[in-house]
Design a binder for this molecule. Structure first.
Ligand SMILES: [Zn+2]
Length: 390
């Protein structure tokens, strides 16, 4: 069996960027890149960030992994043990390979308590940031990463424009958004969701010279979570996150907590909230809230349902919203038959408008029944032109 040998990592400054590249043989080198002003936060003592990723890579391609560079002893013990078994359960396509860590280290200099979390500009990000600030434990840093979540076309442009929008939204919090680019998506073979957690966590491990605590927002409720075969690694957040702790950084899973409507009500009017939300899934340039995808539809109508129309104009094209409002309502009512997040917004709209929304509900029922009989080609064309109807 051929092997991957991870010797260490190299740090290079190119213009105003610092790039950290794995010193590796037997496989393509993974790199991270960020503003050089954050160079002091980068951990070049260990290869922890690369170790977790190459463990996954080795299991994808069926090669053994030998790690010469220093690794956190705590991380090494759990990765070769429980984390490897979690990977195998989650994704049975992976292979059980030999992993050898030659230089585990248990004693690391630590810099004190510095907390960070991810921030995309969306409702969940805002809720996490503002709730921590209200509890007198605001985050010191926010991270925006590219580990494969920005599509496959014009990735660098999509990523950097999204980073700008997230940074502008966050500007009122007076804390930095650290933008971390990487080539993880080019090196790992499984699709993004299958291994999303380790991509994001590796960006934090890279910065563990400064960050000692990282809050990771869960996508699933505790009841849904488990170590099971699944297409999305986030299903095992509460189990895998503590297993990726090192002597220097602790990962905590933040529960879903409030509903979307509750979160919106909470963030609006809080000191620190910039009134700017970025939620869109569309990747057409220039990056903006398209107003028409299912996330834009849900957010705009949720704002309307709780009497916050004024905020729609802050983050979306309000004229487009007014023009498409009837169709957005029909699409939302149709989607709410299957989607619990949309159902919550629909319940709120019913409370606000009562019988006034009856025509949209009726049209949604007719549309739901009719679309089952559409030929695939026609359905596809409608979906491309009017995504808000699906
Ligand atoms: Zn959108």
């Amino acid at each position: 069996m051929s092997r991957i040998l991870l010797r260490g990592c190299n740090l290079d400054i190119e213009g105003d960027k610092v790039r950290v590249t794995a010193d590796v043989s037997g496989f393509q080198a993974i790199w991270f890149e960020l503003d050089s002003k954050y160079e002091w936060m980068v951990d070049t003592e260990s290869v922890d960030a690369f170790f977790v990723l190459y463990t996954w890579v080795a299991m994808e391609v069926g090669m053994s992994l030998v790690v010469e560079g220093p690794v956190s002893e705590q991380l090494s013990t759990s990765v070769v043990g429980e984390v490897k078994s979690m990977f195998l359960t989650l994704c049975p396509r992976l292979k059980d390979v030999a992993i050898k860590v030659l230089n585990p280290v248990s004693s690391w200099a630590s810099e004190g308590e510095v907390a960070a979390t991810g921030f995309s500009g969306g409702v969940d990000s805002w809720y996490t940031a503002l709730a921590a600030a209200e509890n007198n434990s605001p985050y010191d840093y926010y991270i925006f990463a590219n580990t494969g979540q920005h599509g496959i076309y014009d990735v660098n442009e999509v990523f950097s424009q999204r980073a700008v929008l997230a940074g502008e939204a966050l500007s009122t919090m007076a804390r930095p958004l650290i933008v971390v680019n990487s080539n993880i998506d080019e090196v790992l073979r499984e699709r993004f969701q299958q291994r999303d957690v380790i991509g994001n966590i590796s960006c934090v491990l890279l910065l563990q010279a400064a960050i000692s605590r990282y809050a990771y927002s869960s996508s699933y409720s505790p009841e849904e979570s488990g170590i099971i075969e699944y297409y999305d690694m986030a299903i095992m957040d509460p189990f895998i996150l503590p297993a990726l702790n090192t002597e220097r950084v602790v990962f905590e899973s933040i529960g879903i907590g409030a509903t979307r409507i509750e979160k919106l009500r909470y963030i609006v009017g809080k000191p620190g909230f910039s009134n700017k939300i970025y939620v869109c899934i569309e990747k057409d340039l220039p990056i903006r809230n398209c107003g028409l995808c299912f996330k834009c539809r849900r957010t705009q109508l949720a704002l309307e349902s709780i009497h916050l129309q004024a905020l729609i104009a802050e983050s979306f094209d309000y004229q487009l919203y007014q023009k498409k409002r009837a169709a957005l309502l029909v699409g939302l009512y149709a989607s709410a038959k299957k989607d619990s997040l949309d159902l919550e917004v629909v319940d709120e709209l019913n409370k606000r408008y009562g019988l006034k929304v009856l025509p949209y509900r009726l049209l949604a029922s007719i549309w739901c029944a009719a679309r089952k009989y559409l030929p695939a080609g026609v359905k596809w064309r409608i979906e491309a032109k009017a995504p808000y109807l699906f």
